[in-house]
Each structure stands twice: as C-alpha cells, then as structure tokens.
Write a protein that binds this ligand. Structure first.
Ligand code: B3K
Ligand code: ZN
Length: 878
C-alpha cells in the first residue's frame, strides 16, 4: 500500500536506465480470478554500467511465482522484493541476458482500471502511464523500448476475440475449451503502449490503402449487436489516416489497425500501438442516441489516437515530464484536422472556450503547473488541461511564428531525426531551430513557466502625425513555486480597420511586426503604425494567436465595429462575447448596473443575420457560462449573483428576439431534416441557443413549442437540448418532471443515454438542483464503479452548476467530498481527477470559500487516501 508520503519525482533527477529490454516474449493465460503471465525479457546492460549494478523491475499488486536469469532460477538472496518492484543482483557478466518472470494477478478484482481488468466480461488493459507493472515486473519507463511477441490464451466461448499490438500470427485450439492467438509487434515501443484484449465482441470491418500502396485492415470491435453504431468512428478513422498522409506525410505502418470499445474506461481512449482501446462513449453513435457534440468528439478522439501513431508511438517521450511532447502536439494535430473537416472559425471558438474554462482556471489556481512540469508525485495527475490544451497552443504559436511551409519542414525533420526514439522537448524545438534558422531560447519559457500572461494594450491615435501608437506590456502573476516570471514570446495576429469596418493597411516602424503578427517578447514594447488618415479600429490577438489574457481598453463603439466587421471570424465572435462578458460581470458585481441596449440588440441581430453561418450565430448568441463570468470577476465570487445576471440577460435578449426569433427557431427545427449532416447540426445548435433565450423570456408559445419539439423529435441532440432548456426554466417544472420520467423509461437499456440523463439533471441550478443531485446519487442506476456513470453526475455538478455545488450552506461541496472519498477507495485516478474540479475554490466569497476549504480538508485528512487524491487535495489546500 502506498502512503501519503509518496516521494516527489523530479525532472532534474532523470538518469538513463542502467538496463534496457530489447525484446519481450509475453504469455498471458487469461482467467478472471488468476491470470498467469510469463514474461521473457531480453535484457541488455547499457554501456559503462558496472556488472554489480542491480536490475530494477517495477511491479504493483502482483504475485511473483518465480524469476530466473539465463535459465537459472533465482534464490531469495539474488533479489529483493517490495511492494514497488524487484531489485535483481548477482547478474551475469555478459552484456545481454534473459530474464524470465512468472506472475499471477486477478483481473476481476482490479477496480482501479489500470493494468489488466475485466469490463462487462471483456478482458482489457490500460498501461499508460504505469499500468504495465500491474501485468508483469518490468522496467516500466517510457525510455525502455522493446519489440513484443505475445501469446494470449482464453476460453473460446468467453473470449472468441484475442487481440494484442502489431500484426496477427498463429492461432489455434488449446485444451479445456481454450484457444490462443499470437501477435507480433515489430516496432520497438515503451511498455505503456502495450495492450491486450480478450472477449466476445462484434466487429465492423473496412480497409485503407496507404499512399505508398500498403493495404491495412481496419477493425472496430464493439459490444455484440452494436457494430452498425461504429460506422461514424470508422469513417472518421479513414479520414484521419488520409489527412495525416496529406498534411504531415505520415503513413500507417502495420497490416492491421484495431480499435476496441469498452464500457469501463478511466479516460477517453488510449493510443496503444495498432490496438487503440476506447471508452465506448467515443465510438458508438447514431442519431437516436448520440448528440452532435458526441459525433464531433468521436471524430476528434479517433483522429487524436490515430495521430499518436507518429506523435507518441514512433517518437515517444523519454520520461513523463515530456508528456506535452506527445499530448500537446497531438491535440494541435487533432484540432487542425477538425478545423479542416468543419468550420475553422467555429472550431477555434470552441477550442478557446475549452482552453479558458479548463486551463485558464487551472493556471490561476493552486494546481498551476508548467506545460512541462518539473515535479510530480502521481503522474496520472498531470494529464491536465495545461499539458494537453496549453501544450497544443504552444505548438500553434510555433506554427504561427515560422509559417506553414517552415512548420512542415520542421516536423519532417523531427520525424526523420527521432523516429524510433524516446525524445525530449528540446529535440522538438531543435528541429524548428535547425530547419527554420531561428533561436527558440526565449520561446522555450512557454514550457517552463506556469501562469497565463496578461497582455495590456493601450492605443493612441495622433491625427497630426497620422500615426497610431500601441503600447504593449506583459505580466505573469506568480504561481506555486514560481515567484518571478520572465517575458514570454507572444505572437499576436492583428488587423486594422476603419471606423466603418473597412480593412486598412498601414506601414509600421517596428521590428516586432512581421507579416500580420506583432511579436511581443519584452516586458514592454511600443509599435507605431504610420500613414493613417483616420483613427483605426484595431483587432488584436486574432484567432486567439497566443494563450494570454488580453486587457485592451478599446471602446464599446470599437467593439461593436469589430463585432460587425472584423475580417477574423474568431475575433468577431470575441468582440461580441467579450462585450457580453464585461457587462455580465458588471451586473453580477452590482445589480444596479443595467445592460447596454446595444449589446442586447447586437446579440439579437446576430442571431437573425442569415448572411452568417448558423454555427457561428449559435456560438455568438450562446451567452458566456457562469464559469466564464466567474473567471472574469476573478475574486469574491457569488454564484447566485452570476446566475441572476445571466438569466436577466437571456431574458432581455429573448424578449428582443420575440416573434421573429420564435419563427426562426421553428423554421430551423423543420429545415434540419433536409440539409446535409454538418449543416443540420449547425442549425440544431442555433435553434438550441434560440430556444434557451426565448424560454428564458417566456416568449409567447415558446414553452409549449419546446415541449412539443422534445416530444416529437427522434434526434438525441434535440431531445437533450430541449430537456436541458426545460430543466433550467422555473416555469416548466411540471413539464420537465414528466419529460425526465419518460426519457428514463425510453432509454433504460442504453447506458450511454442514461449517462446523459444523469448529466442533464446534474446541471439543474439552485437548491432544487442540489436536491436532485442528492436523489440521483442514490438512484438505483447510479454507480461509482462505472467511470462514465460516476462522471456523468459528479463532473457537470462540480464543473458547471455553481449555484447548487457552491450552495451558501456548504451542503453541495460536503456531499461531493464524501462521494470522492468513497470513489477513491475503488478508483483513485478518477477520484483525483474529479476532485481537481474544486481547484478554484479560493476565488469564492468568504463563506462559500470556507465551506469548500472544509470539504477539501475532509478529503485530505481521510485515512487510507490514495497518492493520487492526496496529491490533488494537498495542492489545492496549500
Ligand atoms: N494517452 C492517453 C491518456 C492516458 C492517461 C493516463 N492517465 C490518451 C490520449 O491522450 O490520447
Ligand atoms: Zn493523447
């Protein structure tokens, strides 16, 4: 059992392995209670390592049966065994030797879902980050790369399908109704990419021919009877494979690519070489059970895991501190894929909203850490928004700084240099420095310094000199363990326009400006534009070209010019939503403040503007979330005041939309049936946004229409969005209660839909919402043993329902904390992740903050807590 005093692992302490493993022969005999594993390791002593140096093999909750070296069984004096692994001494003097280890383990008792476990009768593995040591003793670190031969055996009736990484080999019958399958993976890989699956699964099959003509068999394995629901995932996979060839010149490298969907999984999916394992939520979809957001997520996650084949698998990470090297880069790649497949502007809006919601709050609170962290206790706690999303933004900035051609050259060089290796961030940057001839010494601070820089911009027009002077400065607040920060390199894309919204070009007197970018790399900088006959309207940080908070004192008039005319669609959205955010924060801070009528009119006009794409209009009129407003306010947060301000704005915009908006919403609900899928989804998003506003202001007929749309639709996006609209409306309590009941009986046998049923209710606001949460925690269909179900209730409650979660009496956070303590006993990784949703408790007003502190302290002080949850609780309280 690990204890609360788990050691801190530091990047600066990295040392290369003393021994590596060149080849692994693994024999896994699957049994629920006692799986037998024989591992034969071809071990090599590294140069300059003394013969007396012991061999360290990690192990976690394994039963050692026997261990031998070069065929000789070891005696007790040849090794020491503790609950973290084995240290083997008295090794042969030869540089290469064979180690054979027999272990046994119990998949059915594995509730952590790390290593080998059972899910719905299917054996499956999860090894990243440190799960392989729960299957056999091994140097379980990413810089030990080996080829693998695997033999799996299981009961033919229970496990007709037996899969592992690489290419399939011999199969055959064994005794007692058992059979076996061999798999060979020729690509050296770290142990975290190992996978094995055994179960009774259906398969959807297709094929792909690579650009160089190699045929690849594509299989998606799913629960029996569900193969047709994998069609969208398959389509997404094929498009991803083509995209990676076209955009990065990267081809697939095995005869088969297998995906298995399972129903108990701690995260979204896992990129095991040639055998991706997925949470079935990100594979199974049809219109009746999945929303448009589910379809988009499936596309993005299928792409993400596939793209890891090059960024993560063929080039892996030397140590876990380099996680962003594969995750940030792969997120950037999947974001660009989605942008190419869908509306680039709307994708960017969504990416930035996700970044701000998760990463900005992480970066400004007690869990703040750099994109490449310097220390950790439990690595699973560092699969964070900072490593993933900010990691992607850092790659995006690099791409912007060098331009598309140099970017491609640099990635080509990176692949050429490091294919088959375990690399570090420095290798990635060197590929850019060497191919583009730039110096990234300062840029590298993005990997080392935590915190979101605040960029202040002040512009001044001089009519006599016909010049516009822009004063820029940057500042980054201290974060835990980092008191002072050095200036970052901040690429800011910009454009100038006239007061009438016409683009204007201007010369400038500054080295900081190159091709549409101002590169701010000092604490303070001045950029002067000349030859301007009128005061320009400046559009700054177009496309959100750097992950910073921008404080620009532009007038509301300029904002409105940008909202109507900015040539950059993202900034056009930002102009309007930023205006709304500013006003919402003002009203939440002081209810006497009134909303600017121009905001309300512009929001309504944008909703009705047919010249704009529907998805953009939906994004523009979806009001900032309660979390967005809280972030804007920064301190002394009162969720009830925020909720009231937001409801008031919704009501006012809905009222202004009135009958015209009502007619449009009805028309959209009709027209979606005929248009192409992406257009139909865009129209649904617009109608959802409209109904929310119309119902909020009780526009005549709106409530009845929503009930009717909900009842009549067979589309899950519509079913769920209308249900959510009803639940948020105080005047629709009866209708929503009925709809909730009907929805449950209609989908009782569809677990992924029942998850949605929990989630939609977990977001019900206020005191009633808290009661609902309590009732649902005790609902017969609720369980903490299925991660999707556990998350379905806990995540939306903690992340997006502040009026219930942070009730002034503290009952919301108390209930949440008790549930986390219970969950931690089964599944530490999941408990820790959910607990991290409390990270910004210090920004609350004092009474609520004190309740949150008490709840966190209760978690931190509970006995037998995992290292995972302890680390999060301790850091949150520090
Ligand atoms: N690499 C995995 C995440 C593993 C998380 C381990 N706690 C999925 C992904 O990012 O693609
Ligand atoms: Zn990933």
């Amino acid at each position: 059992m690990r204890t609360n005093t788990a050691p801190v692992i530091r990047l600066e302490d990295y040392t290369p392995p003393a021994y590596t493993v060149r080849h692994v022969n693994l024999d896994i005999d699957l049994h629920a209670e006692k799986t037998h594993v024989i591992a034969k390791l071809s071990v090599e002593r590294m140069a300059d390592i003394a013969v007396s140096e012991p061999l360290w093999l990690d192990g976690d909750e394994l039963k050692l049966v026997s261990i031998s070296v070069d065929g000789e069984k070891l005696s007790a004096s040849d090794y020491t065994l503790d609950d973290t692994g084995i240290s083997v001494s008295n090794l042969p003097a030869t540089n290469e030797f064979q180690v054979e280890i027999e272990t046994s383990l119990a998949p059915e008792a594995n509730t952590k879902l790390m290593g080998l476990y059972l899910t719905n009768g299917v054996y499956c593995t999860q090894c990243e980050a440190q799960g392989f040591r729960r299957i056999t003793f091994f140097p379980d670190r990413p810089d030990v790369l080996a080829t693998y031969d695997v033999r799996l055996e299981g009961y033919k009736a229970q496990c007709p399908i037996l899969l592992s990484n690489g290419n399939p080999g011999e199969t055959g019958a064994s005794k007692d109704g058992r059979h076996f399958a061999h798999w060979h993976d020729p690509h050296p890989k770290p142990s975290y990419l190992f996978a094995a699956v055994g179960g009774d699964l259906d398969v959807l099959n297709d094929s792909f021919t690579t650009a160089s003509g190699m045929a690849v068999d594509l299989n998606i394995f799913v629960e029996t009877g569900k193969a047709p629901m994998a069609a969208w995932a398959m389509d997404s996979l094929i498009r991803s494979m083509r995209w990676d060839e076209e955009k990065y010149g990267r081809e697939y490298d095995l005869d088969v690519f297998n995906i298995v969907a399972v129903s108990d999984f701690n995260m979204g999916a896992m990129e095991n070489k040639g055998l991706n394992v997925f949470n079935d939520k990100y594979v199974l979809a049809d219109e009746r059970t999945a929303t448009d957001a589910d379809f988009a997520n499936i596309e993005a996650i299928i792409a993400h895991e596939y793209f890891h084949n090059w960024t993560g698998n063929r080039i892996t990470c030397r140590d876990w501190f380099q996680l962003c090297l594969k995750e940030g880069l792969t997120v950037y790649r999947d974001q660009e894929f989605s942008a190419d497949e869908r509306s680039r502007a709307v994708q960017r809006i969504q990416q930035v909203r996700t970044l701000m919601a998760g990463q900005f709050s992480e970066d400004s609170g007690p869990l703040a850490h750099s994109v490449r962290p310097a220390a950790y206790k439990e690595i699973n706690n560092f699969y964070t928004a900072t490593v993933y999303q900010k990691g992607a933004e850092v790659v995006r900035m690099l791409a912007a700084l060098v331009g598309p051609e140099a970017y491609r050259k640099a990635t080509d060089l990176y692949f050429e240099r490091h294919d088959g290796e375990a690399a570090v961030v420095e290798d990635w940057l060197a590929a850019f420095e060497d191919s583009a001839g730039i110096d990234l010494t300062q840029f590298k601070r993005w990997y080392a310094q935590a915190g979101t820089p605040r960029v202040t911009a002040r512009g001044e027009y001089d009519a006599d000199a016909k010049s516009y002077t822009l004063r820029l400065s940057q500042e980054t607040a201290p974060t835990p363990g980092q008191d002072t920060k050095q200036p970052f390199v901040i690429p800011m894309r910009f454009g100038l326009m006239s007061g009438a919204g016409e683009p204007i070009s201007a010369s400038h007197e500054s080295e900081a400006v190159t091709g549409g970018l101002i590169v701010l790399d000092e604490a303070e900088q001045i950029v002067t534009f000349i030859g301007l006959n009128e005061r320009p309207v400046l559009s700054l940080l177009q496309g959100f070209s750097a992950p910073v908070r921008l404080d620009f004192d532009e007038s509301d008039e300029d904002r409105l010019v940008r909202a109507a005319h900015d040539s950059d669609q993202y900034n056009r959205w930002e102009a309007l939503s930023g205006f709304a955010l500013k006003q919402l924060a003002a009203v939440a801070g002081n209810p006497k403040f009134d909303f600017d009528s121009r905001l309300i009119e512009t929001l309504a006009a944008t909703a009705l503007d047919n010249s704009l794409e529907a998805a953009f209009r939906a994004a523009a009129i979806t009001l900032p979330s309660e979390g967005d407003i809280a972030r804007e306010l920064e301190a002394n947060i009162d969720p009830d005041a925020i909720y009231a301000a937001r409801s008031e704005l919704a009501k006012r915009v809905g009222g202004t939309l009135g009958e015209t908006g009502f007619a449009l919403a009805l028309q959209l609900d009709e027209s979606q049936k005929s248009s192409d899928p992406l257009q139909a989804a865009a129209e649904r998003s617009l109608s959802t946004a409209l109904w929310q506003l119309l119902v909020a202001s009780e526009v005549k007929g709106a409530t009845t229409a929503v009930v009717e749309t909900h009842r009549a639709s067979l589309n899950m996006t519509v079913r769920l969005s209308t249900l959510s609209t009803m639940l948020r409306s105080p005047v629709m309590a009866d209708e929503s209660a009925k709809a909730i009941e009907n929805f449950l009986s209609e989908f009782t046998d569809e677990p992924l839909v029942i998850d949605k049923w929990f989630s939609v209710q977990a977001a019900s606001p206020g005191e009633a919402g808290l009661k609902t949460f309590e009732t649902l925690l005790n609902h017969p269909l609720y369980t903490l043993s299925n991660p999707n179900r556990a998350r379905a209730l806990l995540a939306p409650f903690a992340a997006s329902n502040p009026t219930a979660f942070h009730r002034a009496d503290g009952s919301g956070v108390a209930l949440f904390a008790d549930t986390i303590i219970e969950l931690d006993r089964r599944n530490p990784q999941l408990a820790a992740r959910l607990l991290s949703l409390m990270n910004d408790w210090r920004k609350l007003e004092p009474v609520r903050a004190e309740h949150a502190r008490e709840a966190l302290s209760k978690v931190a002080g509970s006995t037998g807590l995992s290292v995972d949850t302890q680390e999060i609780a301790d850091r949150a309280l520090a």
